[in-house]
Design a protein around this ligand. Structure first.
Ligand code: NAD
Ligand code: UDP
Length: 338
């Protein structure tokens, strides 16, 4: 197959590119490098089966080579990233998704949308099943991401219903692993970076909110199974083991052996109180189950960050600045509840 991966230089996208190349597919990776990094794909650039196109998919997606599948992963994903790029986030979820769908339609290709557990907002139903419609604030600070993805899902279904495009929607829950940017502001990277720098771990709120964390290798197997199938979805992908943010902090401290303390900070506006995927559909339709537990996944991730001490040290100021009100904190700091 020749697969076009938008957002292919990002965290998830670059792992998808690796997986596809390793099994013998060709990949066209389209990325504007807004939150992705050339280092994520540098090892692929010389391969004949890999092509990198630097482009903003919100502006257009004019690829003239035939493709068999389009995996649409371009979008800021970390809350600080989408708070800093609200208009770009809405654009890539709407116009960017339409450009990717049109390309799939022209090529009669399989189309897979990277949607998100944010579809469920602050969920009133727990765990979250795909038939739950969600509880989303349509005008809050997170809405630029949540509503962009909800629109992207609606657009995907409209292309399927009206034009017969072979579409599939994945709702991805919190995923972590090597290649995340140490300063991307997501909780796993923040805690690991802070622990390795012996800085305090910044818990937002009282730490009782929950998330369910999936290791990237598990997730990528599920994504590729979705690309290979003709399942319409939506299908949840995530690890159903749920834990509080405080428990995650303890686990990171235990795995790193760090002397760091924990510090409590204001909870961001509309921060969901709980998240756990119901994954029976992924198991049934894709034969998918996660295999890597958090202890093992975090150990692998910590090892990866440890092998990049300069980046981790440099992230200390950026993490503190973006999240807890230091210099450069304006965008995210203003979005936190009192
Ligand atoms: P990431 O920020 O590492 O990757 C996103 C990539 O998209 C980056 O390389 C960025 O440069 C690129 N991009 C952004 N806007 C673009 C545009 N207009 N044109 C071209 N490229 C653009 O984030 P990620 O964690 O790898 O997330 C990838 C996708 O998966 C996103 O769509 C995200 O919403 C979805 N997702 C991720 C998670 C997670 O836990 N990682 C959870 C739910 C959904
Ligand atoms: N969080 C935290 N400290 C941090 C970063 C995040 O306590 O330094 C919390 C955040 O408020 C949320 C959870 O961790 O409750 C997961 O946050 P993340 O940004 O990783 O993902 P999302 O909120 O999109 O699920």
């Amino acid at each position: 197959m020749r697969v076009l991966v938008t957002g292919g230089a990002g965290f998830l996208g670059s792992h998808i590119c690796d997986f596809l190349i390793n099994r013998g597919d060709s990949v066209i990776c389209v990325d504007d490098l807004s939150t992705g990094r050339p280092a994520n794909i540098r090892h692929l650039l010389e391969l004949p089966a890999f092509e990198f196109v630097k482009a903003d998919v919100s502006a257009g997606l004019d690829i003239d080579r035939p493709v068999d599948a389009v995996a649409h992963f371009a979008s800021p994903a970390s809350p600080p990233d989408y708070h800093q790029r609200p208009l770009e986030t809405l654009a890539v979820g709407s116009r960017g998704t339409e450009h990717a769908l049109r390309l799939a339609d022209r090529n009669q290709a399989r189309f897979v949308l990277a949607s998100t557990s944010e579809i469920y907002g602050d969920p009133a139903v727990h765990p979250q099943r795909e038939d739950y419609w969600g509880n989303v604030n349509p005008i809050g600070p997170r809405s630029v991401y949540d509503e962009a993805k909800r629109f992207a899902e609606a657009l995907t279904m409209a292309y399927r219903r009206t034009l017969g495009v072979n579409t599939g929607i994945l709702r991805i829950f919190n995923t972590y692993g090597p290649r995340m940017r140490p300063h991307d502001g997501r909780v796993v990277t923040s805690f690991i970076t802070q622990a390795l720098n012996s800085d305090p771990l910044t818990i937002y709120g009282d730490g009782s909110q929950t998330r369910s964390f999936c290791y990237v290798d598990d997730l990528v197997r599920g994504i590729v199974a979705m690309i290979d199938s003709s399942e319409a979805g939506p299908v949840n992908l995530g690890n159903p083991r749920e834990r509080t943010v405080s428990e995650l902090a303890e686990l990171v401290l235990a795995i790193t052996g760090s002397p760091s303390a924990v510090e409590y900070h204001r909870l961001p506006v509309d921060d969901p109180t709980r998240r756990r995927p119901e994954i029976a559909k992924a198991q049934r339709e894709l034969g998918w189950l996660p295999q890597v537990d958090a202890e093992e996944g975090l150990r692998r991730t910590v090892d990866w960050f440890r092998s990049r001490p300069d980046e981790v040290a440099a992230a200390a100021t950026l993490v503190a600045g973006e999240q807890v009100g230091g210099s450069g904190a304006v965008a995210f700091g203003q979005l936190q509840a009192s």
